[in-house]
Design a protein around this ligand. Structure first.
Ligand code: NAD
Length: 249
């Protein structure tokens, strides 16, 4: 799908990968709804897009609230007159599943998997009525390979991968393509939160660290390449951008 002039929803658009993608889509002429719980960060991204001559609007949205998602899609339609592309990217990391009072693991599942499924579900229902669209979900390399120390995150991201793969056939009847992007560690607040020492460990593990712009370039490719449906794109320091092979039963 050509990006210029399209109405786009980006969740987690206030920071990191979502911010870089919102900026890149704005540069390419998309009209962007920057959706996030972080109002100050989201509004700063809108200002940055506008400063470069693009069009954007901020929408406060907690992706775990179905009504917030619905309002953000409505904002895209009412502000820009169309809703064509969705980047379901908001996510968190954290692990406490084996702690007696652990609750964070439920929040990780809720944001990183259930909310992505709900967003995709609502987007498909809307896009069926408007002639089609493109949806990109942010998974992770942690959804393709085990992640010691982060089993809940890995399970959530594997869920996003498998959910997305299972929607490969959707396009034939509805002109809707759903793809996912799986980056290795990327230089964003999400990984920086754990301190410099951990950052160096992660870099050593996968051969360096991606920049959010590397992932944004992958998202652009998944939107523009009409042959990709149910595709799982890996973005890695060692291999650049490529596609995970389809699994066959
Ligand atoms: N950074 C990495 O190494 C890496 C690697 C692979 C995948 N990812 C995935 O990329 C996505 C973006 O992460 P990032 O690294 O840019 O992190 P980030 O922390 O920089 O950005 C995440 C954004 O999501 C927003 N957010 C969190 N919960 C939300 C909610 N309930 N509703 C709406 N917005 C919410 C945050 O406010 C923030 O702006 C996540 O899904 C993450 O799992 C990150």
């Amino acid at each position: 799908m050509q990006i210029s002039g399209k109405g786009v929803f980006v969740s987690g658009g206030a920071s990191g990968i979502g911010k870089a993608t919102a900026l890149e889509l704005g540069r390419r002429g998309a009209r962007v709804v920057v959706a996030d719980m972080d109002e100050a960060g989201g509004k700063a991204v809108v200002d940055a897009i506008e400063a470069e001559g693009g069009e954007a609007v901020f929408q406060r949205c907690d992706v775990t609230r179905p009504e917030d998602l619905a309002s953000a899609f409505e904002a895209c339609k009412s502000t820009f007159g169309r809703f064509d592309i969705a980047f379901n990217n908001a996510g968190i990391a954290g692990e406490d599943i084996f702690e007696p009072d652990g609750k964070l693991w439920e929040r990780v599942l809720d944001i990183d998997l259930r909310a992505v499924m709900d967003a995709t579900r609502q987007e498909i229902l809307l896009m069926r009525g408007t002639g089609g669209g493109v949806i990109v979900n942010t998974a992770s390399m942690g959804g393709l390979v085990p992640m010691a120390g982060s089993p809940t995150y890995a399970a959530a991201k594997a869920g996003v991968v498998h959910f997305t793969r299972s929607l490969a056939g959707l396009g034939a009847e509805s002109n809707i393509r759903v793809n996912a992007v799986c980056p290795t560690f990327t230089d964003t607040p999400l990984v920086r939160r754990n301190g410099d020492e951990r950052l160096e460990e992660l870099k050593a593990m996968v051969g360096g660290i991606l920049q959010p712009e590397d992932v944004a370039a992958g998202v652009v490719e998944l939107i523009e390449d009409d042959s990709r449906a149910g595709a799982i794109m890996r973005v890695t320091v060692r291999g650049g951008r490529d596609y995970a092979r389809e699994l066959r039963g």
